[in-house]
Design a protein around this ligand. Structure first.
Ligand SMILES: Nc1nc2c(ncn2[C@@H]2O[C@H](COP(=O)(O)OP(=O)(O)OP(=O)(O)O)[C@@H](O)[C@H]2O)c(=O)[nH]1
Ligand SMILES: [Mg+2]
Length: 284
């Protein structure tokens, strides 16, 4: 895919490139990831927006179904990726790893986190984790019909102000407010809206550890997206992420060409600074 310098589309790589999974919608489009806990209505949103313009296949090398589709909005084409449900970006099941890797390294133009309006607190955990990785997030608070039926009164404006990202209440099964969701996605993709996720700064010792780790990651994997998240994981002693960095798996996921020269060794975890940044966000 060739793009003019001022486009807002995703560029081909292992995760975003349609052909790598035998799915090619073609054309010039913005790529949107639909993430969320299981059963929050991601596929309902996906089906309502894409209708019959859907393709399914498998994720590369996995038996997990990958669904992508497209829709047009204001004369622009949007490619929607329906990710497997995940509770946390730290989870280890194959489905959850796929969702995690796509959010971290697929570099979608916007990630929509679909949450269940009747279980907001639990669902926001994932939203915070995604906000930590990218500011290009829209929160889709789905099942508002169900929340209303249960007598929940949600102040969406307050939620938006507190989180610093656009919040769109929807009832996807009734196709309610999906136009507002499309507007919010467009605004984030074009930069008309620049979300400023409200994420508390890490404590000084953790910040210092991150500052020391980031240049090492950059030296091993120049330009790796989500390097901060990788730094958190290394500091916490995540051996799987460390191995994935050493073997070049992360770089491959992000579509980064591997250097032929030997790589420096990644930093050893520093237990003193080991804290779960995600847990901090939850208590924030
Ligand atoms: N009442 C109500 N039900 C909804 C709404 N959106 C989705 N549902 C229902 O919620 C259930 C789960 O919806 P899905 O779209 O399959 O959820 P999902 O997030 O794709 O689920 P996983 O792929 O398993 O993670 C289905 O029975 C939907 O019909 C909504 O806005 N209101
Ligand atoms: Mg689904």
């Amino acid at each position: 895919m060739s793009c003019s310098g001022n486009c807002n589309c995703s560029h081909n790589n292992y995760l975003t490139g349609g052909n790598t999974v035998g799915l090619s919608i073609g054309g010039h489009s913005r790529t949107i990831a639909l993430a969320g806990n299981p059963n929050t209505g991601k596929s309902t949103v996906f089906n309502a927006l894409t209708g019959l313009r859907q393709h399914t296949g498998n994720w590369p090398g996995k038996t997990v179904t990958r669904a992508e589709g497209h829709y047009n909005f204001n004369n622009f084409s949007y490619k929607l990726i329906d990710l497997p449900g995940t509770y946390s970006l730290l989870s280890a099941s194959v489905d959850e790893e796929i969702a995690r890797d796509y959010i971290l390294f697929g570099q979608p133009d916007c990630t929509v986190v679909v949450v269940d309006a009747t279980a907001l607190q639990r669902n926001l955990n994932l939203a915070f984790q995604v906000m930590e990785i990218t500011p290009k997030v829209v929160l889709c608070v789905n099942l508002i019909d169900e929340a209303a039926r249960k007598g929940f009164d949600i102040d969406f404006q307050a939620l938006e102000d507190k989180l610093g990202i656009p919040v769109v209440p929807t009832a996807a099964r009734r196709k309610q407010n999906l136009d507002l969701l499309q507007e919010a996605i467009e605004a984030v993709c074009t930069g008309k809206l620049k979300p400023k996720p409200n994420i508390p700064a890490p404590p000084p010792d953790l910040k210092e550890a991150i500052d020391q780790t980031l240049p090492l990651i950059e030296s091993i994997a120049p330009g790796l997206p989500s390097a901060r998240w990788v730094a958190y994981r290394l500091i916490e002693g995540d051996t799987r992420i460390r191995r994935a960095l050493e073997t070049g798996e992360l770089q491959q996921l992000a579509g980064i060409k591997l250097p032929s020269s030997p790589k420096p060794t990644p930093p050893s975890p520093t237990p003193d600074a080991a804290q779960n940044p995600t847990d901090k966000k939850q208590s924030a």
